[in-house]
Design a protein around this ligand. Structure first.
Ligand code: UN1
Length: 506
């Protein structure tokens, strides 16, 4: 239903065999001259070669971004925003193409890929709107004939490091607020999913984004990410990815006094109270846990259920899981696509073994390797029950289709179990009790709280992020996303024509 101006025949076709970095508006080969394969996780087929760039490539990109920054920052924000509207418009026209490419490189099923691309489009239009706001405050001054205000100033050149699980949405959450606020960007996309960055760079070019405003450097976290984090001229690092990498970035940025925004995962729970609509709860749980094959930071990985309804909920969840057709996400009717790669599968398998010791396996638990699954990376949706709150499968992020049911006796215990993990991204409660709804939004220690819905599906105009080990207090998307990419500047204008000493002459 979506038209594409790139021609019917090329929709969903990868039009390049070897990617180049996008630096200063030019497509440049990596100085390292090293590449690695990008494969479609659904069938193991090679899609493209991606550069494994090095420090020199990062230096070149930062220099290009630095060169472009002054002029870009002097462009009025509403004019910067106009380009963002054009970017959003091209993304909208190309939605089907982007979605099909996304499914091929990431594996998520096509309807979810369309949803993710839509998040990017939404973010473009939303942040373009911010270009006409970027509000500061006007504030009464303490002295007569003096004016005070606060304004948001760009930080300068910023680095963004984005993950493979939402390669386009998360990139827009970070790059769009950065550019509308007058920064220029060096972007390292995940090596598993470089095609979304390639497609976005083409869109930036076509929309007329000035050269050097967004630069893409492909490569590994160890080399490219590291060089970015250590580069003096990058004044912000915004990172979404693993806990371990995020903590290292935080300490290095702390040492250098760089601004840093981190989003590093979750161990999200759905609480099901004894008055809940169990059919609705089962649907929300299955979508939250097994959509995107569980590879969302917001994925539901625990169900904390009141013991009175545990057995009935288990039955309904098992019933609902029967609809989960596993396969290549480009095919009709598929609900669960592949896992990103063998490393992802191996991690899930490790947790299945741990889970068999810690709980009761109700269904699933196997890697799929036969027949049509042979050349891809597939894992069965898996359900454990009677898991203790402190079990490893109930505490550690698995990033796969594995769900643990934890029975509890009360609302208070449910809250305690929900909050007993190191992460604090998303949570949910199914209940019909209005008082409990308001209590829960206060008591659940997560950055996102849902009522009568699963834990996934955050909307882009609200703050996205979490408490505790999920991050460092910053938020992606929503207006709060501007905070890390801007410096507050306090401006005082004294129009009294005489020396007025603050705190003394008033
Ligand atoms: C992520 O998994 O890091 O809220 C992002 C959601 C999506 C984004 C998830 N809108 O589930």
């Amino acid at each position: 239903d979506q038209k594409s101006d790139i021609g019917e025949k090329s929709v969903g076709k990868v039009d390049v065999s070897q990617l180049k970095n996008f630096i200063g508006g030019e497509w440049v080969e990596p100085k390292s001259d090293q590449y690695t394969d990008v494969v479609n996780p659904a069938n193991g087929k090679k899609l493209v070669d991606v550069p494994l760039s090095g420090t020199d490539d990062v230096n070149e990109a930062v220099a290009a971004a630095k060169k472009a920054q002054k002029e870009w920052s002097l462009e009025p924000a509403p004019m910067r925003a106009e380009i963002l509207y054009d970017i959003g418009q091209i993304m909208k026209e190309r939605k089907e193409h982007l979605s099909q490419i996304l499914t091929q490189e990431n594996g998520k099923v096509l309807e979810e890929a369309r949803g993710e691309v839509q998040e990017g489009i939404d973010m473009a239009f939303y942040m373009a709107g911010e270009g006409r706001r970027l509000f500061g405050h006007t504030v009464p001054a303490e002295l007569k004939n003096k004016f005070a205000m606060s304004v948001r100033a760009p930080v300068g050149v910023v680095g963004i490091i984005t993950p493979w699980n939402f390669p386009i949405a998360i990139a827009t959450w970070k790059s769009f607020p950065a550019i509308v606020a007058g920064n220029t960007v060096v972007w390292k996309p995940a090596t598993e999913t470089p095609l979304m960055a390639y497609e976005m760079a083409k869109i930036f070019e076509e929309a007329g984004l000035p050269k050097g405003v967004v630069n893409v450097v492909f490569g590994s976290g160890g080399k490219v990410g590291d060089a970015m984090v250590h580069h003096d001229d990058l004044r912000v690092i915004s990172f979404t990815g693993s806990n371990e990498v995020g903590r290292n970035i935080a300490s290095e940025c702390g040492r250098q006094l760089k601004k840093v925004s981190l989003e590093m995962g979750g161990k999200n729970a759905v609480i099901v109270m004894d008055d809940a609509d169990l059919e609705l709860a089962a649907q929300g749980i299955v979508w939250g846990a097994f959509g995107t094959s569980g590879q969302r930071c917001t994925a539901t990985s625990r169900v904390i259920v009141h013991e009175k309804v545990k057995v009935e909920l288990e039955e309904r969840v098992l019933e609902e899981m029967k609809n989960l057709k596993i396969g290549d996400g480009l095919n009709d009717g598929i609900k669960v696509g592949p896992i990103i790669n063998q490393g992802g599968i191996d991690k899930i398998k490790k947790y299945i073994e741990i889970g068999k010791e810690e709980g009761k396996l109700l269904t699933g638990g196997n890697e799929l390797t036969e027949g049509k699954y042979e050349s891809g990376y597939y894992f069965e949706p898996t359900l454990f029950t009677d898991v203790k709150p402190n079990a490893r499968i109930a505490q550690e992020e698995i990033f796969g289709p594995v769900l643990s049911i934890i029975p509890v006796k009360s609302y208070e215990e449910a809250v305690e179990v929900n909050n007993s993990v190191e992460f604090g991204l998303s949570s949910s409660i199914f209940t019909q009790d209005a008082n409990q709804v308001f209590k829960a939004q206060r008591d659940l220690d997560t950055g996102i709280v849902y009522v009568n819905a699963g834990t996934t599906g955050a909307e882009i105009h609200l703050p996205f992020g979490g408490t505790k080990g999920t991050g460092n207090g910053h938020r992606d998307s929503g207006q709060a996303a501007l905070d890390v990419f801007t410096e507050w500047k306090a401006v005082y204008v004294d129009y009294s024509g005489k020396l007025q000493r603050a705190q003394i002459d008033n």
